[in-house]
Design a protein around this ligand. Sequence first.
Ligand code: G6P
Length: 613
Amino acid sequence: MCGIVGYIGNRQAYPILIKGLHRLEYRGYDSAGIALINHKNLKVYKAKGKVSELEHFAEQKDISGTIGIAHTRWATHGEPNQKNAHPHYSQSEEIAIIHNGIIENYAVLKEGLMKEGYTFQSQTDTEVLVQLIEYMKKTNNSDLPTAVQLALNQVVGAYAIAVLEKNNPDLIVAARKGSPLVIGIGEDEYFIASDATPIVEYTNKVTYIGEEEIVTIMRNEPLKIKTIGNIEKTPHIQKLEMTLSQLEKGGYPHFMLKEIFEQPKTLNDCMRGRVNVDSDNITLAGFIDNRDKFLNAKRIIITACGTSWHAAQIGMYAIEEFARIPVEVEYSSEFRYRNPVINKDDIVIAISQSGETADTLAAVELAKQHGAFIFGICNVVGSSIPRNTHSGCYTHVGPEIGVASTKAFTAQVTVLTMLAILIGKEKETLSNEEYLKLIKELSLIPDKISEVLQKNSQIAEMSKTFTYASNCIYLGRGYNFPVALEGALKLKEISYIHAEGYPAAEMKHGPIALISNEMPVIAIATQSDTYEKVISNIQEIKARKGRIISIVTEGDEVVRKLSSYSIEVPKTETCLTPLLSVIPLQLLAYHIAVVKGCDVDQPRNLAKSVTVE
Ligand code: G6P
């Protein structure tokens, strides 16, 4: 979703801003723009499409200047075109703004401004905000930070903004509510960005701007932060954990493939210091600090969106099986608006790779208001959700750049599994013997994933024959039903082939009508208590000439014979099978998308970090 970059310092701003926009491309966008102050001019250049289009457009223009802001826009109000792209000028063209978020009351504000003689060039809510800032500045005869503060006091909605003023080449004003913003602090220079990816190569000192805070960034002066309610704040400076090499493809053709192949390592990172085979225990700091809350919880509600919601489903199976606590899994967007029953002895687990998903953040706030204890499972360190939860557990897989989530998913499942086993052990709903067996098996998972990854060329070859499909069905049962959902989502997201995930036995209540020899059916049939049942479901498809691609446990001959293609995964405990069975599905989606010539890392219309509801 929209990306913000800003720079003020002694270097030329343009190359830093363009590079920053490229770093933010992974978030998803459809137009880009830049504003620079040079020789007392405030120049704005914008283009529809990729950042490279913007570079092409700006090539012949004056791009000098040591202060600037830049933006990638993911359209909300108004189609993706040059006019609607950011930055937006104010009426006098003396102020320019970039914005991530939605100004919900923009229509009312616009009407008021039109009565005051303001005219509008775009269909965006953002242009209303910059006009309002100018109006506030003129009518109150105030400086830019005060005008921004006055304007934001009238705004309903979410925003991360950065504002430039023509006559003030030493100042950027930035602010946020609901949408993320981070400031990088260098030697006599500042960087502004939606996340730390554009900043990491210049400095590892950052400060995350808090809710409803406005920051005045002056050349060669300390940052000044205050709330829109006028309370002064001291910047809290943190050290970034991210490294530059994590943001590059490392020889892989796409970030998605790199991230799929990283999974043995990322799961080791996720379990490091937590799953201790030598001392036969699992340690999760977020659990230890809140042990009684977990042991006394009457219910656990897990809230998430997209792939994280699929991980939540697997977590539900594990927590109910091992900890015997009832679990409900909620789409954050539904949960926040349906007046849910939340009690003080409920635990709400919020799962989010980015830690910025607007609906999940809102679900966290709602649960907090009801007095529930909130536990976050997030990847991006320092992002909004972990900062707004009572406790939690980072997944520690490093930056995930491919829009289609892969390594974050397996780590979310791993954290949930560790949590389920740990609660079960402490509640004594899981025997010591089982506990030890699961610890051992968990520690073997990264190596077993490496084995599955060796099937990459087999899957690449096989994927060629499935690119003809316009529909696919994914089937699974038990722990592998959410994997079927996730496999279908991966395919939809990056190859644009319509795909549905179904619990295998549910198929005969509808989807079976779709089965023909043109419909690939991907069946997850690894060894489990329901293995025989899945075979029956596969027979039902076979009888209707459906083409089966199966994911089976090593050595399985029965399902293999029923399948057109079969991919083996190593044997493991049933609760851990999703960590293996999802790998071929990630690779299958990837290779189908590549063969179809799709933009794997930045699929159309999708955003990596969904910061609007
Ligand atoms: C977007 C992404 C998905 C992701 C979902 C939830 O739709 O494209 O890959 O699963 O948001 O994101 P989160 O960061 O909260 O896990």
